[in-house]
Ligand binder design. Structure first.
Ligand SMILES: Cc1cc2nc3c(=O)[nH]c(=O)nc-3n(C[C@H](O)[C@H](O)[C@H](O)COP(=O)(O)O)c2cc1C
Length: 139
């Protein structure tokens, strides 16, 4: 088994980041499971950091896809080493970054408040508490 860490420059437009990252994570949850890969992805502004671990051949196959993905550039491998045990055995892909679910809740509250709708306090406090308690959104 190997692990690999890379950093890259995100090319997704800021306004589209939440939705596009959700698409990437949704696809990754399926493909990583099929390839027996686990790991984590952190996105902050125009930078990505990803940690991946799994069987050598499967990891190499996944990295070939990731490197040619036009949604980022300057993929810079920081470490690529053999490893005995997984660091993230329970995470097909833990994700920390802008969330489409959070964005949609904020938008819904704003739209509804503009119409004089119901009290959104509980929903918005839930969002705040989830962000504090579970900064990693995954399956
Ligand atoms: C920053 C970043 C991280 C990604 N991480 C994964 C991942 O962990 N697993 C995955 O299957 N695809 C991931 N993708 C998507 C792949 O690059 C690729 O689009 C997908 O695996 C489909 O592969 P294919 O284009 O060779 O069909 C990531 C893409 C980006 C931009």
């Amino acid at each position: 088994m190997r692990y690999l860490i890379y950093v890259s420059r995100n090319l997704i437009e800021p306004h589209a980041t939440c939705a596009e990252m959700e698409r990437i994570v949704a696809g990754a949850l399926q493909r990583n499971a099929a390839l027996r890969i686990t790991g984590a992805l952190v996105t902050a502004g125009d930078r990505n950091l990803q940690y991946l671990e799994g069987p050598e051949a499967e990891l190499a196959e996944l990295m070939r896809s990731i490197v040619r993905d036009p949604r980022h550039e300057q993929v810079q491998v920081i470490a690529d080493r053999g490893v005995q045990t997984r660091r993230f055995p329970n995470w097909r892909l833990a994700y920390c970054g802008g969330s489409e679910v959070v964005r949609r809740t904020i938008l819904a509250a704003a739209d509804d408040a503009a119409k004089g709708g119901r009290d959104w306090t509980d929903d918005l406090i839930d969002v705040v508490e989830d962000c504090i308690a579970f900064p990693y959104l995954s399956d």
